[in-house]
Design a protein around this ligand. Structure first.
Ligand code: CDV
Length: 316
């Protein structure tokens, strides 16, 4: 019988944040959801990527303008402090994505982990930045993450906090197997992430239903293959007419969906997650120490893009 260590794990999906919405309006919504999650037994709440503003990489503008309008130079700051105060008062931690401008002026797409005392205990800066850095005037909207953000300066990490070992990722990271393996090799029990996924693919005519399919298949497969709980929070619906998918989920280490959002609005999911559930897999089919063969995986870190076949000694 697997060890049962229960943790109230919540995802707080957000409906749209429009250009005209202020940080104060957004933080009020986050506080309402934190309180609801607390009332439903959550110990930790996962908020979306770039949760404090609209998904601004869709708009062409100079970096200076983007930084002045959409980035946070300090965290917490006066707008966000009430959320930190609530966390401490209620004893509920959270993950929050926001655009970070460091004191040196370096822009990152960042997520923080705040514990139940309201203290920042972890920070992650997005590694897989999708999109482009040039202006695409013929596209229905831009995806300028490569223009507005630098690639994260630290590898994927995990933090022991709120009774669990928690790893962080952001949006596009979820599509890459390396993201999850980096954290499961550090014995992560939960991987949390926020996302903004436009329904329309501006690079090729992708059927819209595939956006949700790829989102869910990635989370379910990755949770299973890495023996972790996965908690993913969308910002979704139409932001000033630009639609993004919902489908926020909490996935068990079995690969099963334990809870899924049914709206494209602010919506709280809570699961009483058994952190011991992954142990069965960790001790058997995915006992990494017994079964992994890193001596045959060296190409994964040696090569970035696909190249020539490896020389073979065995001939059929
Ligand atoms: N914010 C993101 O990283 N969005 C990407 C889109 C562009 C595909 C995602 O992977 O969902």
């Amino acid at each position: 019988m697997a060890d049962k260590r229960k943790m109230g794990l919540a995802v707080a999906q957000m409906g749209p944040v429009h250009l005209a919405d202020t940080r104060a309006m957004v933080v009020k919504r986050l506080r309402d959801m934190l309180a609801e999650a607390h009332g439903r037994g959550a110990r930790m709440v996962v908020f979306p990527e770039l949760a404090l503003t609209t998904f601004f990489p869709r708009y062409w503008m100079e970096e200076r303008e983007a930084q002045a309008r959409f980035f946070e130079a300090t965290m917490p700051n006066a707008d966000v402090q009430p959320l930190f105060d609530d966390a401490r008062r209620l004893g509920v931690g959270f993950y929050l994505g926001y655009a970070e401008l460091t004191p040196q002026g370096v822009p990152y797409n960042t997520a923080i982990l705040v514990d139940e005392t309201g203290k920042i205990v972890g920070k992650y800066r997005k590694i897989h930045l999708p999109g482009h850095d040039d202006h695409k005037p013929d596209a229905p909207f831009q995806h300028l993450e490569k223009k507005f953000f630098q690639v994260g300066d630290e590898p994927f990490g995990v933090w022991d906090t709120m009774g669990a070992r928690i790893g962080m990722a952001l949006c596009n990271d979820r599509r890459w197997p390396e993201t999850w393996r980096m954290m499961s090799l550090q014995s992560a029990e939960i991987v949390v992430l926020g996302y903004n996924t436009p329904s329309l693919n501006i690079h090729w005519p992708e059927p819209v239903h595939l956006r949700m399919h790829h989102h869910l298949i990635t989370l379910q497969a990755s949770a299973y293959q890495n023996c972790v709980w996965a908690a993913a929070a969308a910002k979704c619906g139409a932001e000033d007419g630009f639609h993004m998918i919902g489908g926020s989920v909490i996935v068990a280490p079995t690969g099963e969906i334990a809870a899924q959002a049914v709206t494209e609005d602010d919506e709280v999911l809570v699961v009483n997650a058994d952190l011991g559930l992954g142990d069965t897999f960790r001790k058997n089919v995915f006992d990494f120490a017994r079964h992994r063969r890193p001596e045959h995986y060296s190409l994964i870190t040696e090569r970035v893009g696909p190249g020539a076949a490896l020389p073979r000694n065995l001939i059929e």
